[in-house]
Design a protein around this ligand. Sequence first.
Ligand code: ATP
Ligand code: MG
Length: 259
Amino acid sequence: MIKEITIFPGIDKNGFKEKFTYIKLKAGETVSIVGPTGSGKTAFITDIELLAQGDTSTKRRVIINGEIPTDEIRYNPSMKPIVMITQNTKCFADLTTEEFLQIHARARKIYDQKVIQATIDLANTFTGEKIKRDTRVTVLSGGQTRSLLIADAILIGAAPVILLDEIENAGIFKQEVVSLIHNTGKIVIFVTHDPVIALLTKTRIIMENGAVKNILYQNEPEIKVAQNLLELDKKIGHVREELRAGKAITYDFLSVNFA
Ligand SMILES: Nc1ncnc2c1ncn2[C@@H]1O[C@H](COP(=O)(O)OP(=O)(O)OP(=O)(O)O)[C@@H](O)[C@H]1O
Ligand SMILES: [Mg+2]
């Protein structure tokens, strides 16, 4: 079981050492990685997913529970304590959604069939167009695929560390993901350009030029701003869904409270 992961500094794009001593992330923590395009956000979480040992371009090292991970943990997929869902994650197996989840549940020795529908239901709270049990995973859209994999990682997967790269771009209802993820007991890391996700996470890692530039912790005013943005976001989301559904806007949506 992962209680904590610790990241030791590497180098920035110019070869200069990063300026933090170490970053320790504990089970149950939510973290966002923010910074300009190309600043090294994906590279940072990729180091975690690879459990880098100074052998990636950033030269960072990642240890688990204070110990260097064994080769088995690093290279055996069934031992891997980390799941990463990226912009390009796709399911290639020619299976229905139900079969896909069943295989994973069986591999995890979960025999209660209720978990299959629960996972599909959870995925459907994240996504607009509903996934059905008999939908083939190869035909799921990018957003549906990521929604399914996030739900799968939460309800079926054993991985205590979940890395999510820009889920907002998939049209996923992110506030559902963020609110749920606070209660999983897992370490969840969001690479994000989205202010709501960034403000809702407890820790914020700021990237620049391939290096960690700063680490900030959520403060009281930020929680208030996040709540206000969330309200605004719900309104925007509501309008987006109306437009997606092909409807016309016939009322002043900003004056309506969707809470
Ligand atoms: N410390 C580093 N040393 C050398 N190369 C790096 C370092 N950090 C990142 N890079 C490289 O810089 C490029 C951009 O990094 P990355 O893809 O992580 O950016 P990003 O912040 O995720 O950008 P985007 O917001 O566009 O997704 C990549 O090719 C990556 O391998
Ligand atoms: Mg990226």
